[in-house]
Design a protein around this ligand. Structure first.
Ligand code: ADE
Length: 224
C-alpha cells in the first residue's frame, strides 16, 4: 500500500532540492511514496497572510496561530491518517518509529516555527509529537525531511537491495562494521586481509567483532 505524506510548513522551498534527489526521488517516482509540500500561508485569510501572533501572558517571540493550521489539517486529513507535529519537546525519533510510520498510508507532518505553536493545535489536531534530537532548529521543516528520509528507507522498492537494511546500524543494536572498496592498497593503507580471503565465515566473524568494538567505544548505552 502506498504512503502519502502531506507536509505543512511556512518554508516550503526548503524541501525543493531534497525531494528530487537520490533514494527519495526513486521512491517517489516508483509510486511507493507521494510527498506533497504545502505553504501554511495558503490557509491564512487576511491581507498580510498572518500565521503568528504575540503570546498571551507575555514573553519573547511569536506563536503560531491556530486558525490556518486547523483549516489546513481539516482540509487534508483522511480517516485513519496520523497527524504529527515536529517539535524538540516531542518523543525521540528512532529507527523503530521510522519503520512504524513507513507502514501507515497517510501522514500529515506539521513543521512548527517561532517560539512555538498555540497549544490548542496540539490538543485539537495533532496525534503525535516527534523530536529528531536534543537540539533546537529554527523551524521543523528539516526535522520533517529527516523523518521522511528515514521512513522512506523502510518502504519496499525505495532501497535497492532489501538486505541493505538488515545489517546496518540500529537494525541490530550494534553500530556498523567498516567497509572497504578498491584499491586494496591506498597511500600505504591496506584493506584488512580477511576481507580479501573469500572466507565468508571468517568475514562475518571479523565484521561482528568490529561492530561490538565500535559500539563499546562510541555507544556503550546500546549494549545495556
Ligand atoms: N523543531 C525544532 N527543533 C526540532 C527538533 N529537534 N526536532 C523536531 N522538530 C524540531
Amino acid at each position: 500500500m502506498a504512503l502519502t505524506i502531506d507536509v505543512l510548513t511556512l518554508f516550503p522551498r526548503m524541501l525543493d532540492g531534497f525531494l528530487g534527489e537520490s533514494i527519495l526521488g526513486k521512491g517517489i517516482s516508483s509510486g511507493a511514496l507521494a510527498v506533497k509540500v504545502h505553504d501554511l500561508r495558503e490557509w491564512t485569510t487576511d491581507r498580510h497572510r498572518t500565521a503568528d501572533d504575540r503570546p498571551f501572558g507575555g514573553g519573547a517571540g511569536m506563536v503560531m496561530k491556530p486558525e490556518p493550521v486547523f483549516a489546513a489539517i481539516e482540509q487534508l486529513q483522511t480517516p485513519g491518517c496520523r497527524r504529527i507535529y515536529l517539535t524538540p519537546d516531542g518523543v525521540p525519533f528512532s529507527a523503530r518509529l521510522a519503520a512504524e510510520l513507513s507502514r501507515e498510508t497517510h501522514l500529515i507532518l506539521l513543521s512548527g516555527h517561532y517560539e512555538g505553536i498555540d497549544q490548542r493545535i496540539r490538543d485539537g489536531v495533532i496525534d503525535q509529537e516527534i523530536s529528531i534530537g536534543d537540539y533546537v532548529l529554527t523551524n521543523g521543516t528539516l526535522a520533517a525531511a529527516v523523518v521522511i528520509d528515514a521512513l522512506a528507507r523502510f518502504i519496499p522498492g525505495v532501497l535497492g537491495e532489501e538486505k541493505s537494511l538488515t545489517h546496518e546500524s540500529f537494525a541490530s543494536k550494534l553500530l556498523d562494521f567498516p567497509q572497504y572498496t578498491r584499491p586494496a592498497e591506498f597511500r600505504g593503507m591496506s584493506v584488512p586481509e580477511v576481507l580479501l580471503s573469500g572466507n565468508h565465515a571468517e568475514i562475518e566473524k571479523w565484521r561482528h567483532a568490529r561492530q561490538v568494538e565500535k559500539t563499546q567505544k562510541v555507544r556503550p548505552d546500546l549494549l545495556q
